[in-house]
Design a protein around this ligand. Structure first.
Ligand SMILES: NC(=O)c1ccc[n+]([C@@H]2O[C@H](COP(=O)([O-])OP(=O)(O)OC[C@H]3O[C@@H](n4cnc5c(N)ncnc54)[C@H](OP(=O)(O)O)[C@@H]3O)[C@@H](O)[C@H]2O)c1
Length: 264
């Protein structure tokens, strides 16, 4: 059973914890890696772009924790298996898994090709990538017997249908991730593994630069906070969910979207 905190001292600290962040080389994943490294965590970045990973490691260097990168395509189970084995060999144990890697697609279903290439690309990365990583890491967390925390980065698009932006594979993958999060919270609880989701709204990253300019003004108007989120803000929420302060939180999906959905 996961013990409650008794005082606030150290409640948000991740000192000495080992974390895998998929897609930790840029965008929200890098914001999460930075936030966690700043509160003492060692970081294993999983991604495909090695040059971007090297840049991310330079950004993490000043925080003084152990940070490494691993080549991993979350779509490919063998690639996941190899990268997880390599990270365990280097770090000994993994305490926190952040399933952040994701791609999007703004195409209506009927505009897709006959092989539904875009549909499978998004579902295979966002949903199945999260499942692949959870399978490999949670099994090892169970066997290590030291508990753990899994944080899945979903989207507020998993709760609603976005205006003017057809994105059914993305929204469907994120909605499924939300429910996968709840299912895993129940299945993994016997091993003291908590599982939660973060559902960001529009947040500054390379994914969001593809939003057509005509949509930007409408998005900012619709967002109660009046602006896009920043990756470090998503990182702060991930730190909280992974920290001892959140010992009694599992199976939740926390929205961080500046109030965007309130005006939908
Ligand atoms: N930005 C937003 O407004 C927003 C809003 C809601 C939710 N989100 C979610 O936040 C997460 C991060 O998005 P972002 O905005 O930071 O996007 P981004 O800047 O495009 O970064 C995507 C990340 O995912 C990694 N990735 C993609 N496919 C992968 C694969 N097959 N295997 C391993 N890694 C893969 C990329 O690394 P490599 O290319 O090097 O592999 C990259 O690090 C996504 O799950 C996204 O759905 C973003």
């Amino acid at each position: 059973m996961i013990q409650p905190i008794t005082k606030m001292e150290g409640a948000f600290c991740l000192k000495g914890k080992n974390v895998i962040v998929t897609g930790g080389n840029r965008g929200l994943g890098l914001g999460i890696a930075e936030a966690m490294a700043q509160v003492g965590a060692n970081i294993a970045i999983f991604c495909r772009d090695a040059a971007k990973a090297a840049e991310a490691l330079e950004i993490l260097k000043p925080y003084g924790t152990t940070c490494k990168s691993y080549s991993c395509d979350v779509v490919d189970m063998q690639s996941v298996r190899d990268a997880v084995a390599a990270a365990y060999a280097d770090f000994g144990n993994i305490d926190i898994l952040v399933n952040n890697a994701g791609v999007s697609c703004t195409k209506s279903l009927l505009d897709m090709d006959e092989d539904l290439t875009d549909w499978y690309r998004v579902i295979n990365t966002d949903l199945n990538g999260c499942v692949h990583m959870t399978y490999e890491v949670a099994k090892r967390m169970r066997d290590a017997g030291q508990g753990g925390s899994i944080v899945n980065v979903t989207s507020n698009a998993g709760f609603m249908v976005n205006h003017g932006q057809p994105m059914s594979p993305y929204s469907s993958a994120k909605a499924a991730m939300n429910h996968f999060t709840r299912c895993m919270a129940c299945e993994l609880a016997p091993y003291d593994i908590r599982v939660n989701g973060i559902a960001p709204g529009f947040t500054n990253s390379e994914l969001s630069v593809h939003i057509p300019p005509e949509n930007m003004a409408r998005i900012n108007t619709q967002t109660v906070a009046g602006r896009f989120g920043e990756p470090i803000e998503v990182g702060a929420l991930a730190v909280f969910l992974a920290s001892p302060a959140a010992a009694q939180i599992t199976g939740t999906v926390q929205v961080i979207d500046g109030g965007y959905m309130l005006r939908c």
